[in-house]
Design a protein around this ligand. Sequence first.
Ligand code: CA
Length: 643
Amino acid sequence: MKTAKEWEELYSDDDFKKKVYTGDDLGAICDGGGTSIKLWSPVAEKVEINFYKDGELGTRRYWSQPMELDYQTGVWSVYVRESLHGMYYDFAVTIDGVTNLTGDPYARAAGINGARSMVIDMRKVNPEDWWQDKAPAPTAETVIDELHVKEFSWDPRGGWSEEARGKYLAFTHNDTTLDNKGELPTGLTYLKNLGITHVQLMPIYDYGSVDENDDTQFNWGYDPVNYNVPEGSYSSDPHHGEVRVRELKQAIQALHQNGFRVIMDVVYNHTWNLDHAFQKTMPYYYYRTWEDGSLSNGSGCGNDVASERPMVHKYIVDSVLYWAREYHIDGFRFDLMGLLDVDLMNDIRAKLDDKYGKGEKLMYGEPWAADKTATTIDLAHKGNIGKLDTNIGMFCDDTRDLIKGSAGDKKATGFVNGAPRTERRLLDAVKAWRVNGSPIKTPGQIINYVSAHDNQTLWDKLSETTPDETQRMRQYRLAVAIYMTCQGRPFMLSGSTFCRTKDGDDNSHNAPIELNRLDWGAISDNTGLYRYYQGLIELRKMLPGLTDKSGTAHEDIYNEWAAADMVGYMVDNTDSDDSCTSPWTDLIIVYNRNPNEQEFDLGEDEWERLADDYDTYRWKAPEKFSGKYKVAGTGWVMFGARK
Ligand code: CA
């Protein structure tokens, strides 16, 4: 076998670089009349395809036949004059005299644990009325809730049937209530009443860290095996490849019907391990290696996908377009986007825009990596935001850490829990950091958040610095108000509305489901916090000065001032054409992180109080104020002036 370095040299060779394929029919295509299967592997000496009636490894082969190579493109193919829908298959690929069995990197369906690929005819699998499925129209503001399929519905108190708990099918129920008592809604109705517009599903592609035979296992799923196949453990039957496909589509259909757009978490930066179809069909082509042949590990997960290679680029583009087309996915959240190259990200954006309209599909990612990666190409990290399309966004760790302290250091503080010299910077955060020649093009590129699946939950993080629970809750509410009044796109970890805790765990990726599950029992003690979020979201949607995603949005923030522990600013809340769709033309927003009340001057004009730390629904029956106003300790206030 060649070494990694020798493979690298081969792939850099000009003759090799011509062996690319531009067709859109890699994998198994089954149109009813016949079945075509194609695999790109210009380095293979021989490829045989094996067919099976069963998806389980070790079961008997049904038949096998050699595949034929097209020397020009390096594509191996076979065509069978009948529908092989439901047939499982794998490839015996011989490279350098060594034969390996592997699934299809382009598999669209698979058997248990994704080991064998499956031929699928979608027309036989789609749920009823799937052809009519349509996402709700995009809204001026996006409020994103990050959900894990199993965490969402596993808690028995959530009210789901035993069969639906922890599964895709849980999303097809919108009538669940706490303890099935019919009083407090859980699940979809809980989210709908909250006012969120987008659900971001944590990995739903087939991942490797959970044995699909064992329902007790849990993982977040950032360990891709089959990029184009849904994860099996969330289906009611992972043994039959069509079930997971149908049930995920049912979940998406139900989310759409309930008014949510659906964002998929995609992890193209690494694979679970090298025991992967990528490596078995094209050794070291899909992965970055260092000069000495060692694997690059900027992901911290053992390997980095070489997104800059032409057929890897094509693979990722094809995969994103496939999910958008086949599963009606409305947006993509790129894990460790800082490992993917700028050209790839812009190309995906252009192709999605071309098919669905400009900006119609959301795209954003984590603009960082865990470590250095073995390439010199421009990568989609924070420093290169200026090179990314206007409609590619990034998680804003600056705002996150400024509000509540660094995520990497548990005891670190931010504005709400007392970090010194944070007041002025908070005014930059309000403008989505579009200050001092910042390369950020619009607030639409900024995802604002104070908690996500990574790191501690907001409640746990604040508990590190603020043992007193009453004070901690005040800081919590202030933190939420700040990021919900910044320009950008608000994002939250599911369960934030009931003070989600993971007992301080800052990396619960493989902790038991009992720790990770959404604790629906906690909603009854947190109805006040829920209403607080609800009011803030509803109010925000009425404030174009804050939700404006245009390149001039920052100009709407004016009269900023910062004092000790207190920050204030005004917002031009008219629309870009100077008309005003909102009831209020101007806003005043003041945050006070001092535990004692502090005073500021509203001036002579009368202002309506719209919201504060106590009540975010004050705008429903606003009181008027002028002159000196006292902002509560660890509190905030928003005023509005009518047209
Ligand atoms: Ca799996």
